[in-house]
Write a protein that binds this ligand. Structure first.
Ligand code: ZN
Ligand code: ZN
Length: 352
């Protein structure tokens, strides 16, 4: 075991602050990574403040962060895919049981015994796993990903959660060249969905409540922007979408979007409103439309997504911050005051 620097919160009402945590020494199958950047995901904030206590209560102290990119510093004797000096990434999972039907299908994200990158029981050291707001991390090579060398690392970090969360359902529901895609909400997830749709050659329409996001949406690759409060504008798109990605966590009328789907079209939820949604059965029945959800992606698909991003030079639009600004960043995140993701430059942790 060794000590490494980190930022942690000791209670639901405490700010994140500098600390030291213990990591395991690499086992034969482990890769040790010096963390260079870690994106700030909304789930970090939910977990730090114990807002999902009914589903996964937070164990304190918590070290959040699951959008990790860095450089390999050490590998175990049985590691074959990585060597010291390689760029590497870690997303939302660090292990799974590897035997259940989900794991066998390469869909580790649905494994009932999956180990999340933070706040999950740690099989090696006991306690819970600690995430990426840290100097280094040790992860089994099967859950480590390669990062294309042409990508800027600060912007590559959010691909590990925001990127795969949007890429996976688009691939699953067959978004390809010429399919009409809708993106509801232009935040961390939505802006990635626009970039992917554009790269797939699929015309993308962004739905937003803020007219001031119009220009930015077009810059990111959207073909059209619809102000969702404008019923006439909405009507023009009725029955025309192959796929809509809904990334909104606030309460909203889902039927207004389901009605925009064409026959056999799908709307996938990746935002998680706290209250149940009211879905009109007729909206689904007429046109055999479907409504579904999606969660990140498997390891193989996450690698596919990173390789796709390398080929198309796709990264998240980020505001890079030092770790000392993380509490301020959380407050701004609550006001959606970021374009479009915060990425922590971990070099800033060295001065702590
Ligand atoms: Zn996340
Ligand atoms: Zn499994």
């Amino acid at each position: 075991m060794y000590k490494t620097k980190a930022f942690s919160a000791v209670s639901a009402t405490s700010p994140l602050a500098s600390t030291a945590i213990t990591r395991r020494d690499p086992t034969p199958h482990d890769v040790q990574i010096e963390i260079l950047f870690c994106g700030i995901c909304h789930s970090d904030l939910h977990a730090v403040r114990n807002e999902w206590s009914s589903i996964m209560p937070t164990v304190y102290p918590i070290v959040p962060g699951h959008e990790i990119v860095g450089r390999v510093t050490k590998v175990g004797s049985a590691v074959t895919k990585y060597k010291p000096g390689d760029l590497a990434a870690v997303g939302c999972m660090v292990d799974s049981d590897r035997t259940c039907p989900h794991c066998q299908a390469g869909l580790e994200q649905f494994c009932p015994n999956m180990t999340l990158t933070f706040n999950s029981p740690d099989k090696h050291l006991g306690g819970v796993t600690y995430g990426g707001y840290s100097d280094s991390i040790v992860v089994d090579e099967r859950f480590v990903l390669r990062v294309p060398s042409n990508l800027k690392l600060g912007g590559a970090a959010p691909l590990l959660c925001a990127g795969i969360t949007t890429y996976s359902p688009m691939r699953h529901w067959g978004v390809t060249k010429g399919k009409k895609v809708g993106v509801v909400g232009l935040g961390g997830l939505g802006h990635m969905a626009v970039k992917f749709a554009h790269a797939f050659g699929a015309p993308a329409v962004v739905f937003t409540t803020s007219p001031n996001k119009k220009e930015d949406a077009l810059r990111l690759g959207a073909d059209e922007v619809v102000i969702s409060r404008d019923a006439n504008e909405m009507k023009k798109h009725a029955g025309s979408f192959d796929f809509i990605l809904d990334a909104v966590s606030a309460e909203h009328d889902i039927n207004a979007y389901i009605n925009l789907l064409r026959r056999d079209g799908n709307l996938t939820l990746v935002g998680a409103p706290a209250k149940p949604l009211g879905v009109s059965a007729f909206s689904l029945i007429m046109g055999r439309r479907s409504l579904s959800g999606s969660a990140i992606g498997g390891i193989a698909e996450t690698q596919e997504m990173l390789d796709f991003c390398g080929k198309h030079s796709i990264t998240a639009d980020v505001e890079v911050i030092p770790i000392q600004k993380v509490n301020e960043a959380y407050e701004r995140l609550l006001k959606s005051d970021v374009k479009y993701r915060f990425s922590i430059d971990m070099a800033s942790l060295k001065s702590e």
